[in-house]
Design a protein around this ligand. Structure first.
Ligand SMILES: [Zn+2]
Ligand SMILES: [Zn+2]
Length: 202
């Protein structure tokens, strides 16, 4: 059958065409069981036509399991394998190549549950990556760019407290880190001849 014939048949007899295309590849399952699986996935007329057309255009998806392809094809592959098909490929994740039993779709591709996670432009580095973090403003960041909070801890605590109690004295709510009173720090400071001596040696 030529491509034109197949596309013609995809409109007139979509279920029959899909069943034939699958039967060409899959020898373990009988035509009846294949037809049942096809009907289960592509029930409606519009859906079965678009599925038949997509398969006519690229029937290799039956054995390589690769998207881009309509979701219904992925569902069909899963359904056929559940029915016992062995020559039909499972859909494979477009990113990591894992064989799938359930699909996550993004655009025309299917992914595993890990690779199918939300993608966006990272606020820090600008690459389009999986969203691993959200910064304090809720903006997306990739796993390479965690939103490290480099503010001084005492300043953060003070900020939080003044939100509740405006005008709170900073030194009262967040005393200076005790590290500066540590003996080693003081000894180092005493060895200095600079102004540190006068401020720290108390
Ligand atoms: Zn994956
Ligand atoms: Zn990034």
């Amino acid at each position: 059958m030529t491509m034109a014939d197949q596309l013609d048949r995809a409109v007139k007899d979509p279920i029959g065409l899909i069943t034939d295309l699958v039967t060409d590849v899959e020898k373990e399952l009988g035509a009846e069981r294949i037809r049942a699986a096809v009907t289960a996935v592509a029930g409606g007329r519009a859906k079965s036509r678009s599925l038949a057309k997509a398969l006519a255009m690229r029937s290799a998806v039956l054995t390589d399991g690769r998207s881009p392809a309509p979701r219904a094809i992925g569902d069909l592959l899963i359904e056929l394998r559940k029915a016992g098909a062995s020559a039909i490929a499972a859909p494979v994740c477009a990113e990591c190549g894992k064989k799938l039993r359930t699909l996550q779709r993004k655009g025309q591709d299917w992914y595993c549950s890990v690779c199918g996670q939300e993608r966006a432009e990272c606020t820090a580095c600008g690459n389009v990556r999986r969203v691993s973090f959200r910064d304090r403003k809720g903006l997306p960041r990739c796993k390479m760019c965690p939103d490290t909070d480099d503010r001084e801890p005492a300043a953060v605590v003070h900020e939080l407290i003044t939100a509740i109690a405006p005008g709170a004295d900073r030194d009262a709510v967040a005393p200076r880190p005790s590290a500066s009173r540590h003996p080693t720090v003081l000894n180092i400071a005493r060895e200095w001849s600079g102004p540190w001596n006068t401020t720290l040696a108390c």
